[in-house]
Ligand binder design. Structure first.
Ligand SMILES: [Zn+2]
Ligand SMILES: [Zn+2]
Length: 210
């Protein structure tokens, strides 16, 4: 069976070029300029010159998804994106400020509805929508669908806001800044309450459905 080669998507997809029932497989990665920009943004440590080379070598961002333009009785026209983002980027440990890589694998399940429906009661204050027999993240599109903004948001809501290089990281001395993972300093320390920290770690920024 003939399987077409995946296409490289633009940062903005012109939806007028899509036909109803179109199904397109897209693949791209940070060798593509706009994806590389996205990766640079998530590489929180990118401005550190000493680590610049390490960051460039050891970080990546890959996107693989299928886009479908469809119609249904409830939605005269909508676009779904289903696929995956894989990325490894650099961040800081919140306790000891050490650079560390973080790896994310994000399932994409999004339904884009034409913008003219955005203010309808049905969609107001909604962040998900039921389409194709499953719950999907709700987005809107104009004539173009901003893929870059969509991927950026998907990454930002999945990033660990409180990364730790190790669950047992001892952090820095509040008095002298010494890295306590490398041994103690002259100051007295109470142990970091790991339960408090792990609770903080579970904070979700994503709003929940009602
Ligand atoms: Zn640490
Ligand atoms: Zn100290």
């Amino acid at each position: 069976m003939y399987t077409p080669k995946p296409e490289t998507p633009q940062a903005e997809i012109n939806t007028r070029h899509l036909k109803l029932n179109d199904s397109i497989h897209f693949q791209t990665n940070h060798r593509c300029e706009w994806v590389r920009e996205l990766l640079n943004e998530v590489n929180a440590a990118r401005e550190d010159e000493d680590h610049g080379a390490i960051i460039a070598e050891n970080s990546f961002l890959e996107v693989d998804f299928t886009l479908n333009k469809k119609t249904s009785s409830e939605h005269p026209e909508y676009i779904t994106i289903k696929g995956i983002i894989k990325t490894t980027f650099w961040t800081y440990c919140i306790r000891c400020l050490q650079h560390m890589p973080e790896t994310l694998k994000i399932d994409l399940k999004a339904c884009f509805v034409p913008e003219k429906f955005e203010h309808m009661a049905e969609y107001k204050d909604q962040i998900t929508v039921y389409a194709d027999n499953e719950e999907m993240d709700l987005y809107f599109y104009k004539q173009s669908l901003n893929l870059r903004d969509f991927l950026q948001e998907q990454i930002s809501i999945n990033i660990d806001p409180l990364p730790l290089h190790s669950e047992s990281c001892m952090g820095l001395c509040q008095m002298c800044g010494h890295n306590l993972n490398e041994g103690s300093c002259a100051h007295l320390h109470s142990k970091i309450d790991s339960e408090d920290m792990s609770e903080g770690k579970r904070i979700q920024f994503r709003p929940t459905l009602h």
